[in-house]
Design a protein around this ligand. Structure first.
Ligand code: FMN
Length: 189
């Protein structure tokens, strides 16, 4: 099994830490897991020129989006993780989501639509807010790119502690290890 994890955080923070922890779990289960950090990629904003991509079946921009979409197609399952920014994903991930629209024109939506997908969000305020962000990602994106098998949301304390990686030790997510294990199970079964 090949699982592709996509990290939408523009910084090296809790989202990335969670993906590294999940990578250990995938390894224990014998699954291959590649993590893509969008912050390290060249992701241009969508120009909205559907009059080009619709008939052409390709995007007019040459950056890292198309190779990532190809990796998504080749994978057996996806993890998409995002910080909650005002109940939405950060612009970095939203740009990637907007650019992914080309899957319709290219026919890759057919290859992606049943892809098992786990959506995870993190946020510094109450977890219910990050759950809205997860729902927004699921509604806007996974309705055509993936089949959502689990959504998980966790609370961070980053700003208060001046710490980028508090998710496992801040005491706000007592069930995080069990939650991540169940997400991994849902993807691999
Ligand atoms: C621009 C911005 C907006 C944010 N908005 C919210 C928010 O509306 N609700 C929330 O719970 N946290 C919010 N946060 C906090 C982040 O979700 C939190 O710091 C999270 O840990 C970031 O994920 P990361 O550690 O993976 O980068 C915001 C942070 C930034 C930078």
């Amino acid at each position: 099994m090949k699982i592709l994890s996509i990290c939408g955080s523009p910084r090296r923070g809790n989202s990335e830490t969670i993906l590294l922890e999940m990578q250990k779990l995938f390894k224990e289960k014998g699954a291959d897991n590649e993590i893509i950090l969008l912050r390290e990629k060249n992701i241009n904003r969508c120009h909205g020129c559907i009059e080009f991509c619709n008939p052409a079946g390709i995007c007019c921009q040459k950056d890292d989006v198309s190779p990532i979409i190809d990796k998504m197609v080749e994978s057996d399952g996806l993890v998409i993780i995002s910080p909650n920014y005002f109940q939405m994903p950060p612009g970095l991930l939203k740009d990637f989501m907007d650019r992914s629209c080309v899957v319709f024109a290219s026919g890759k939506d057919e290859l992606l639509k049943n892809k098992k997908t786990v959506i995870i969000t993190v946020g510094a305020e109450k977890v219910e807010e990050s759950e809205v962000c997860a729902k927004n990602i699921a509604n806007l994106y996974c309705r055509y790119v993936g089949k959502v098998v689990a959504t998980k949301s966790f609370q961070t304390k980053s700003e208060l502690k001046g710490n980028y990686n508090d998710i496992f030790e801040n005491g706000l997510n007592p069930d995080i290890h069990a939650s991540l294990s169940s997400a991994v199970e849902a993807l691999l079964k």
